[in-house]
Write a protein that binds this ligand. Sequence first.
Ligand SMILES: *Cc1c(COP(=O)(O)O)cnc(C)c1O
Length: 424
Amino acid sequence: MEKIPFVTKEQVEEIVKKYPTPFHIYDEKGIRENARKLKQAFSWNKGFKEYFAVKATPNPSIIKILHEEGCGTDCSSMAELVLSDKLGIRGNDIMFSSNDTPDEEFAFADKIGATINLDDITHIPFVKKACGKIPKRISCRFNPGGVFTLGESKEGFQVMDNPGDAKYGMTKDQLLEAYATLKNEGAEEFGMHAFLASNTISNDYYPALAKILFSLAVEIKEKTGVQLSFINLSGGVGIAYSPDKEPNDILKIGEGVKKVYEEVLVPAGMGDVEIYTELGRFMLAPYGHLITKAIHEKHTYKEYIGVDACASNLMRPAIYGAYHHITVLGKENAPLDHVYDVTGSLCENCDKFAVDRKLPEIEIGDYLAIHDTGAHGFAMGYNYNGRLWSAELLLREDGEVTLIRRAQTIDDYFATLEGFWDVV
Ligand SMILES: *Cc1c(COP(=O)(O)O)cnc(C)c1O
């Protein structure tokens, strides 16, 4: 599907008068409309709730918007729990889906009433010690092992991932034992969670996952007498990063899960199980751009355009070779008659936003919109090479632009160096 930026060259020229490039900008309208569509897709389930994966876009202004649309938070660290708590998002509005968790994080999660999702069976005594009790409401993370595949095509499987190599979750036997133990220890409300594949471009992933989890829920009820209150399908619904891919249809995905729900859970007398999601990428990625300016062109063995952003602002291309679409603002309709590597400034050759990309002719001073950076974009930033974090801006529904995180300064960069100013 054609990728059209949600800001124009004229808008960016206005914005940079106040906030210089590079910056991440988010589209409030797009975020809200998408969140409403997700809610609509699962409106057939009475207790449905999306717990936004905070790690994808840990900015309170964004999370507040999602909370207004009925979303809770999925946290995995102390900082994410604190962020949620400060926004007044507490209790059953938080899922704490972490792994390798320090005890003080379990204790704090329990204190603010978050639903703790246990990554391992050994975490039962660990949590009991950390919290002084077994929480009344608790969830367990399942890992079926092996290889998860979906929809074979000529080029191979449409979705393929290796749960068997993943560090997360419990085996089926451990899961059954965990529920029995938790029940004995006084837990009263139970949930199950699994995350089997990332960035799936398929309307079949959630229904296939649902089938596995719903069938297991019936088995858990039969074998342990534990009736689950909720099943968390977690994250993994992807987005179409490149224009040749068809985006997921969340309404179809919701329908697919409903069908399995009616086939498996309803006949087993489990028609009141609440369905949760923990989406990050799907909720935010398309509604963020990294806006950067062309500052150099270089002609050696290849044609290079150097921009003022780098991998420390957006790491995915550097570490995964991920495709992020690029629009040269103001040249939306120009012919793609040049081939460039678009690079950042890090002393790492992987610091390229695009390799051999067909683009219109780029001139110094042109603004580039790098698409789909709203999730796992700013969030993965780092300070390698002394490069600083950019600002984050929010394009409001009324067209106003608000600064929701200022750019890091050199002073911020040095702020944690004890005694630095005495040394120099
Ligand atoms: C990363 C993560 C998510 C969100 O994943 P997306 O691919 O962004 O949807 C949800 N739950 C857990 C436990 C995660 O680690």
